[in-house]
Each structure stands twice: as structure tokens, then as C-alpha cells.
Design a protein around this ligand. Structure first.
Ligand code: ATP
Length: 227
């Protein structure tokens, strides 16, 4: 397994958010991390990257235990994050954002510019002057230029105009076709399920269902994801 999380428990202060999350991603797989609001998806991602370190359990990446490492070291091992809320460096230009954490590999700045021509047009603009959609493209582009073995997308299409959402989904499908390993959280099931190889569903900080998208019946969707 590329990523394997077992029995992960994470706290915010005295308040426990994760109660034993089980999750794994194989090489080349697109895995959807699902669940209603507040069930622990973002906390799981933050635990993987040690932004909210797990208190117990094990998280391994390429067979190596990463729980306990500093976030920057985990990122350097090959995990790229597009965080919730499309965070870029606001006072750096588009080009600077893309080169800030770049590592050698298939995703050069030129390749990212080909993927998102709008970024190429705005290369010398400060990131904070971009539209929300452009900032999200930049967040995805920046994660790609680190050439991650595992790309993690947390609500990458949330709050974007429909056209931009489609652009992002097109990119996700292209990445999948290229064999990029992806862990993804997204509320748009109609786009997410056809792109996913496997799903993990969280409820109250626990993994309660794992399976293929085809096996996530309307009944299960209603039970675990309905509002
Ligand atoms: P959403 O879809 O709303 O982002 P989520 O599934 O990503 O939800 P988390 O954000 O991981 O859920 O939240 C899991 C639990 O941890 C919730 O009970 C939430 O209230 C709590 N929580 C999240 N962030 C914090 C924080 N910074 N401090 C305290 N509790 C938090």
C-alpha cells in the first residue's frame, strides 16, 4: 500500500475527533474519503500530514511509519495537499507559488501552465488578486509541481462556479488516467463516484464502510451521506 492508516485517533485539545480511522490507498488508485459534515474527513487528512498529529494508531507511507514526523518532512516524502479553502501564498506571484515547493518530475511549471492556461496568463499577478477559481487552480498546480506520489484534494471544487468546477474535474480525470494516486474529499457525488476506485465512509470519527463506488447503494448513501 502507498498509504495505510490504522486505528488513527486524533484530538483537538481535550476533544476527540477521530476514534480509530482505517484508510488505505494503493499505488495508482483514486480513493474517495466520504461522510457527512463534521465526521472527520479534514481531520483525517490533517492527521496524515501531521498538521493535527494523531495521538495513537499508525500511519505509513510506502511502508514507512510517518506518524511523529514533522509536516514538512511528510510532504517531502511525496504527499501533496490541496487544502480546504484553496490556500496559496497571497503575496507571491502565480509563478512564485508554483516554484516555491517544486520538486523534479513530470509536473514542471510549463506542464502546469498547459493544464491551466489561465495561470499562464496571470503568471506575474499576486495570488491574492486572482479569482476564487483561479486560486483553486493555483492550489492544485502548486501541489502538482511538488510531484507528489500521493495527491490529496480536500473539497477542491467547493464554492466554485460550475465552469471552473468542471475544469477541476477534467484535471482530476486526466490525473487518474495517468495513474496518479489520489485521496479525495468532495461533496459532488455525481462526479466523485465515477472517478473513484474505492470509497471509505467516516461517521463520528470512525471508518464505517469501505467498498467500491458501485456497491455504495442509494440506501447506503442515504444512511451515511444523506442530510
Ligand atoms: P466538513 O465536511 O464539515 O469539513 P469533516 O468531515 O471534514 O467535515 P472535520 O472538520 O474533520 O470533519 O471535523 C471532525 C470533528 O472535529 C467535528 O466534530 C469538528 O467539530 C471537530 N473539529 C474540527 N476542527 C476543530 C478544531 N480546530 N477544534 C476543535 N474541534 C474541531
Amino acid at each position: 500500500m502507498l498509504l495505510e492508516a490504522r486505528g488513527v485517533e486524533t484530538f483537538y485539545g481535550a476533544s476527540q475527533a477521530l476514534f480509530g480511522v482505517e484508510l488505505d490507498v494503493a499505488e495508482g488508485e483514486v480513493v474517495a474519503l466520504m461522510g457527512r459534515n463534521g465526521m472527520g474527513k479534514t481531520t483525517t487528512i490533517r492527521s496524515i500530514l501531521a498538521l493535527s498529529p494523531a495521538k495513537s494508531g499508525s500511519i505509513s507511507f510506502r511502508g514507512r511509519e510517518i506518524a511523529g514526523l514533522q509536516p514538512y518532512r511528510i510532504a517531502r516524502l511525496g504527499i501533496g495537499l490541496v487544502p480546504e479553502g484553496r490556500r496559496c501564498f497571497p503575496n507571491l506571484t502565480v509563478a512564485e507559488n508554483l516554484t516555491a515547493a517544486a520538486r523534479k518530475g513530470r509536473w514542471t511549471v510549463d506542464e502546469v501552465n498547459r493544464l491551466f492556461p489561465r495561470l499562464a496568463e496571470r503568471r506575474d499577478q499576486l495570488a491574492r488578486t486572482l479569482s476564487g477559481g483561479e486560486q483553486q487552480m493555483l492550489a492544485v498546480g502548486r501541489a502538482l509541481t511538488t510531484n507528489p506520489d500521493l495527491l490529496i484534494l480536500d473539497e477542491a471544487t467547493e464554492g466554485l462556479a460550475p465552469v471552473i468546477r468542471q475544469d477541476i474535474w477534467t484535471v482530476i480525470r486526466k490525473l487518474k488516467a495517468e495513474g496518479q494516486s489520489i485521496l479525495i474529499v468532495d461533496k459532488t457525488l455525481s462526479e466523485l463516484l465515477p472517478s473513484a476506485d474505492r470509497c471509505f465512509v467516516l461517521e463520528k470519527g470512525r471508518t464505517v464502510w469501505t467498498g467500491r463506488p458501485d456497491d455504495l447503494t442509494a440506501q447506503l448513501q442515504d444512511r451515511y451521506l444523506g442530510v
